[in-house]
Design a protein. Structure first.
Length: 366
């Protein structure tokens, strides 16, 4: 499946407004890590369900930035003055703020419509490129699960999309699922720096169905097969980012349990296993690790839930941990930190109904 051209998308977003977004970038990155680790070995990964643009308007990114510039930075907001879901034209600046405060190298988004993808390409600036397709037609229709990456740190050498259904090579929906579900795959190599070697890395980003547990189990099984095939082929550090709509425990945990090796995968389409074969002998013992459990305990965020909804801050009834970053059991990585960032701002605006989940990893050649 053809991917949308990365550079042309970035250029289109720049031409759309003529705004050079590097001026908007914040510089509050974790300098201590940058000093202690080679930039080709240490990187920050993140996953963030944006909540699709459910309240669309015609406000441009530049208009949002102009409105923000008109606010007196010394004037306190009306604390928790707004509530419920706000338009994307307001939320996008909060999303960008969360991202630009950290030195992320890879971010996987979910529920991103094409407007949201282009807006973020504009707000994050020229250091960033992205891969992915709209899930409904393999081009621009429907939600994307795009992988954004900092091209000053990584070069994308290969990418593809496949669908989490019985017909994974064409845009399709699993019977009984609420929506089309797609996975974005990217193979990357670190940009060579002085006294370092290039390092390959593989990233998957996806969003499993919210209504069908059978779809989620099939999706987890497809992902496991595709990732294992890639690892046998490349033996590179491999990470899966995304919203699984599946908690680690409880009645909806089957997809998670499959992924971490506690439950057997379900049968997958023959066409998929033939294109991405893994022998029965090789399958033994392979699984993914939940990176929250792999970080030193003192380096793990106290925030646990990744879905909070748009309800009042004290309404935790539907809070859940369903967004994850996984690492393949072939390793080649060490986790040094794991964080779940709050989406709520002082004025009551929630950047999303999910929280930004991020991890610090150090890559190594095993």
């Amino acid at each position: 499946m053809k991917q949308i051209d990365l550079q042309s998308q970035s250029e289109q977003s720049d031409k759309r407004t003529g705004h050079h977004t590097d001026d908007y970038s914040l510089s509050l990155s974790h300098c201590t890590y940058r000093e202690q680790h080679s930039p080709t070995l240490f990187m920050k990964l993140a996953t963030f369900n944006l909540r699709y643009d459910a309240l669309p308007d015609d406000i441009t990114v530049q208009q949002s930035l102009d409105a923000q510039s008109a606010i007196n930075p010394l004037q306190p907001p009306k604390y928790l003055g707004v509530h419920k879901e706000q338009p994307w034209s307001l939320r996008r600046l909060r999303v960008a703020e969360l991202l630009l405060r950290e030195d992320f190298v890879v971010v996987g988004f979910q529920e991103a419509l094409i407007r949201q993808v282009l807006d973020l390409a504009e707000l994050l600036g020229n250091e960033w490129k992205w891969i992915g397709v709209g899930r409904e037609n393999g081009i621009e229709k429907g939600e994307f699960s795009p992988i954004f990456y900092k091209h000053t740190r990584l070069t994308c050498t290969s990418s593809e999309s496949f669908w989490l259904s019985d017909t994974p090579f064409t845009p399709s929906k699993y019977p009984g699922a609420g929506s089309f579900r797609v996975c974005t795959f990217g193979r990357f190599v670190t940009v060579k720096a002085e006294n370092t070697q290039e390092q390959e890395i593989t990233i998957f980003n996806t969003h499993l169905d919210d209504q069908s547990d059978k779809q989620r189990q099939l999706a987890a099984s497809l992902l496991l097969q595709r990732a294992h095939h890639e690892i046998l082929k490349m033996n590179a550090p491999t990470f899966v980012l995304g919203d699984f709509n599946s908690a680690s425990e409880g009645s909806d945990s089957a997809a998670y349990q499959i992924f971490v090796g506690k439950k057997s995968p379900v049968p997958i389409p023959l066409s998929f296993s033939e294109r991405f074969p893994v022998s029965p002998e090789d399958k033994r013992g392979f699984k993914f690790h939940d990176l929250r459990a792999e970080a030193p305990r003192r380096a793990v965020s106290s925030n646990f839930a990744t879905f909070t909804g748009f309800g009042a801050p004290n309404n935790t009834r539907n809070w859940a941990r369903i967004d994850f970053i996984f690492g393949g059991s072939n390793k080649g990585w060490t986790v040094t930190g794991y964080n779940v960032k709050a989406s709520l701002f002082d004025d009551g605006v929630l950047a999303s109904d999910h929280r930004l989940v991020c991890t610090d990893v150090t890559l190594s050649k095993d």
